[in-house]
Design a protein around this ligand. Structure first.
Ligand SMILES: C/C=C(/N=C/c1c(COP(=O)(O)O)cnc(C)c1O)C(=O)O
Length: 403
């Protein structure tokens, strides 16, 4: 049997990395270890495993063989040394930051973040004495001016949820490294198919695996990858003791299944989103479309450099748009659709549309939304895998009804 860990193409590693059926009774699909605890051969062996002096599992809140495989595979796809699976994306983010940060430390974050991440920073970490500083990280010089010896982490999403801001990972990593700060990138929107932040100098990458990695709207999960030392620390403190944000083995199996088609699905999400974005941009009821694949996208040059597959640039499945009639028109567009569902989450086979200001980004106050680039009229579209003509037809019928 070929070495399942040999270096090879993205899709090959997404399907084979870390697993040889002949090691598991020929089972082509990896077994799902539905167990809470693990039996030791002897008291000494149990003590040695607990002490980390011998390999083995102790308890599924700490590690589990099915999660191990997912963690190894995600580390390979992201070009990291190690990985940790968690019960949600917020679980990956909180377990990591609770582990790394102490009172008095500073975390510098971009202006726009997913709503619950924003809420964790300001209603969680800040309550325990961590300094949360927002910076416009699309302009690396703002980080150069803001960073100091109390800065321990620089954190951002690229593209950002929901307004599609891109952050130049290489540029930010160079500045952060000069101040010995860790760079933590939320790669949910792009996935490792389009962007691999570790290759560009990031220290940690987190995902809401709920989204593209699972890809079928049937699970909630999270992933964090990085160097083994840091991942081990996050596992033993942030996961085991501080959050308990554990992924179930069945969820890990579903994400392993999702990874097998991730590259294929991203190709379709990207091609359909490009076509949809162009159709939206030419409709009279639409005031603006934010999509990295449009020539009108302000950061198109960075998108071409940073959002790249093995076959060249690709810009993801997420679109943000504003209508001439503002929030009321946005809600009318949503309510006028028949196939496309109004729902939060993203990266599913089903095209989903939602209104960030009143939904995913409602943890921001109205004043904070203005300051952090989330306009009341913004509508977010997650372009799915349906026939693209059907997606466009549904949108056009509803848009035409507005004018
Ligand atoms: C309803 C959820 C949405 N997002 C979530 C999310 C998380 C948090 O991931 P869990 O939901 O905890 O797996 C982390 N990072 C990013 C960029 C995200 O978009 C949503 O936007 O629609």
């Amino acid at each position: 049997m070929r070495d399942s860990n040999s270096p090879s193409g993205f899709a090959t590693r997404a399907i084979h990395h870390g697993y040889d059926p002949l090691d598991h009774g020929g089972s082509l699909a990896p077994p799902v270890h539905m167990t809470s605890t693990f039996v030791f051969g002897s008291a000494d062996q149990g003590g040695a495993i607990f002490a980390g002096e011998a390999p083995g599992h102790v308890y599924s809140r700490i590690s589990n063989p099915t999660l191990d495989l997912l963690e190894q595979r995600m580390a390979s796809l992201e070009g990291a040394e190690a990985g940790l699976a968690t019960g949600s994306g917020i679980g990956a983010i909180t377990a990591s930051l609770w582990t790394i940060l102490q009172p008095g430390d500073e975390i510098i974050v971009d202006e726009t973040l997913y709503g619950c991440t924003f809420s964790f920073l300001h209603h969680g970490l800040e309550k325990f004495g961590v300094i949360v500083t927002h910076c416009d990280l699309t302009e690396p010089d703002t980080l150069r001016r803001a960073i100091s010896n109390r800065t321990k982490v620089v954190y951002f999403e690229t593209p950002a949820n929901p307004n599609m801001r891109l952050v130049d990972i290489d540029a930010i990593a160079k500045i952060a490294k000069s101040a010995d700060a860790l760079v933590m990138v939320d790669n949910t929107y792009a996935t490792p198919v389009l962007t691999r932040p570790i290759e560009r100098g990031a220290d940690l990458v987190v995902h809401s695996a709920t989204k593209y990695l699972g890809g079928h709207g049937d699970l909630v999960g999270g992933i964090v990858v990085g160097c083994k030392e840091l991942i081990d620390e996050i596992r033993l403190y942030g996961l085991k003791d501080m959050t308990g944000a554990v992924m179930a083995p069945m969820t890990a199996m579903l994400i392993l299944r999702g990874l097998k088609t991730l590259e294929l699905r991203m190709e379709r999400h990207c091609s359909s989103a490009q076509t949809v974005a162009e159709a939206l941009a030419s409709h009279p009821a639409v005031a603006s479309v934010l999509y990295p694949g449009l020539s009108s996208f302000a950061q198109r040059e960075l998108a071409d450099l940073q959002m790249t597959t093995e076959a060249g640039p690709a810009y993801g499945g997420m679109i943000a748009l504003e209508l001439h009639g503002g929030i009321e028109a946005g809600k009318a567009l949503i309510d006028g659709l028949s196939m496309i569902h109004c729902a939060v989450s993203l990266g599913d086979a089903e095209t989903l549309i939602q209104h960030p200001a009143s939904m995913t980004h409602s943890p921001y106050t109205p004043e904070e939304r203005i300051r952090h680039g989330i306009s009341d009229g913004l509508v977010r579209l997650s372009v799915g895998l349906e026939a693209v003509d059907d997606i466009i037809a549904d949108l056009i019928v509803s848009l035409d009804a507005l004018s």
